[in-house]
Design a binder for this molecule. Structure first.
Ligand SMILES: C[S@@+](CC[C@H](N)C(=O)[O-])C[C@H]1O[C@@H](n2cnc3c(N)ncnc32)[C@H](O)[C@@H]1O
Length: 401
């Protein structure tokens, strides 16, 4: 039976644990906050939308959707501000003359995570992690806490997502494994009960047979205060945009090989290179390079020398992501235009790339499994004459004293 391992992170959003890797999918600091600080804020969308009215985002390793959701949340909240600043009501705008075009393509190999993504609780006020049946040292520090919420999440985003998922995967209603997960008592605290009710409504009345007016009446009668208002708000906001969200359950390598789009932003949120090297190889980065627009940005949380080297070898200008909020470097950015790099790699970072730690993972035909990629990599490292990273670090410290 499929099992998943949810817990509450410090901002009240749900994170997941992977027993196979004894690792967490999301930072205990806050799953939503992490998505904001590692992807959405460094992407600098305010600047982007000054010169573009169209955006295409590739969300690799969608999981339970924090990166796409955070983008939508940020976009819709800021778009509203823009409308208010223009001093016009949303109703006054000619909706045929759409403000912008949004396209998100999101990929994950795990069907259940994609299906569960709209149900996940995003803003638990007070949480207890004492009932979880797994242990991880970082999670155990978060047994009972008042949340520290940094970013307000608009619940209507989950309603929009649920509808997209039902449309893309109508088989969801008959998927026994997924429906058992959703009904399981064990996981109930981690799901938003109102979204579960909307799902049940569609399941019982048939999504395509349900008239929009009936759905609205349903929301109006039962959850008027909570959902109906925010749902209407979302519909109004989205009417102003040409919004297309494509989700694919697949190995990201295969999905992207078969995709012909180019993207303004690529979010790469795979497990670490040691665990999932197939999404960090020089060959995968070459594929991503082909899918990036000329002024596009690839963003990832990884600071690994091997990843940076793979990006450079694949043809990217490569730099670091600096977080103002955390006052530190939190990842790596790749572009096709040097002037888009705000924080270049330092002498130290470049030195590290030229050690054994910088040796790249390879997967020429984008088809090897992770174990095989690791084996080839280990062999290349053991046969290499390059300095080890520890020797380099010692030398570097000596020279710069
Ligand atoms: C660190 S988690 C990503 C978390 C995610 N961004 C979220 O908001 O929940 C890594 C994800 O990679 C997915 N994954 C692992 N191997 C993959 C592959 N070859 N192709 C696509 N997705 C993969 C896993 O299912 C998992 O959801």
């Amino acid at each position: 039976m499929y099992e998943f391992y949810p817990y509450f992170t410090n901002d009240g959003s749900v994170g997941l644990y992977s027993p196979a890797d004894d690792d967490i999918y999301h930072s205990t600091y806050g799953a939503l906050s992490e998505a904001y600080e590692k992807f959405v804020l460094p992407a600098n969308f305010d600047e982007y939308f000054k010169t573009h009215n169209e955006i295409k985002i590739l969300d690799i390793c969608y999981g339970i959707g924090y990166n796409s959701k955070s983008f939508l949340n940020y976009f819709l909240q800021n778009f509203e501000k823009k409308i208010k600043a223009l001093n016009i009501s949303i109703d006054e705008i000619d909706t045929d003359n759409k403000f912008s075009k949004i396209f998100i393509k999101a990929i994950d190999i795990d069907k259940n995570l994609i299906y569960l993504s709209p149900f996940i609780k995003m803003d638990k006020k007070i949480f207890f992690n004492n009932k979880i049946n797994f242990s991880h040292e970082k999670i155990s520090r978060l047994l009972k806490k008042d949340t520290k919420r940094k970013y307000k999440f608009e619940k209507y985003i989950n309603i929009i997502l649920l509808k997209k998922i039902i449309k893309s995967f109508p088989e969801i209603f008959d998927d026994i494994e997924f429906n058992n997960l959703l009904k399981s008592k064990k996981y109930k605290p981690y799901f938003d009960k109102n979204i579960c009710r909307i799902y049940e409504f569609y399941k019982n009345s048939g999504y395509y047979k349900t008239l929009k007016s009936r759905f609205r009446a349903y929301l109006h009668n039962i959850y008027y205060r909570y959902i109906s208002r925010s749902y209407k708000k979302a519909l109004k906001a989205l009417k102003l945009h040409d919004f297309n969200f494509e989700l694919e359950i697949n190995d990201a390598r295969k999905a992207i090989k078969e995709d012909y789009n180019t993207y303004n932003y690529i979010f790469l949120d795979a497990f670490t290179p040691a665990k999932c090297p197939c999404l960090w190889t020089v060959d995968f980065f070459k594929l991503l390079h082909k899918h990036l627009e000329e002024d596009g940005l690839l963003l990832t949380y990884s600071n690994s020398a091997s990843v940076r080297n793979a990006m450079i070898q694949a043809g990217f200008w490569t730099g670091k992501i600096y977080s103002k909020e955390l006052d530190k470097f939190i990842g790596t950015i790749g572009t096709k235009k040097l002037e888009l790099i705000k924080h270049g790699l330092s002498e130290y970072d470049l030195g590290l790339i030229n050690t054994k730690a910088g040796i790249v993972y390879r997967d020429k035909n984008l088809s090897l499994d992770n174990e095989s990629i690791i084996k080839v990599h280990e062999k290349e490292v053991s046969e290499s004459n390059l300095l080890s990273s520890s020797k380099f670090i010692k030398l570097f410290r000596k020279q710069t004293k």
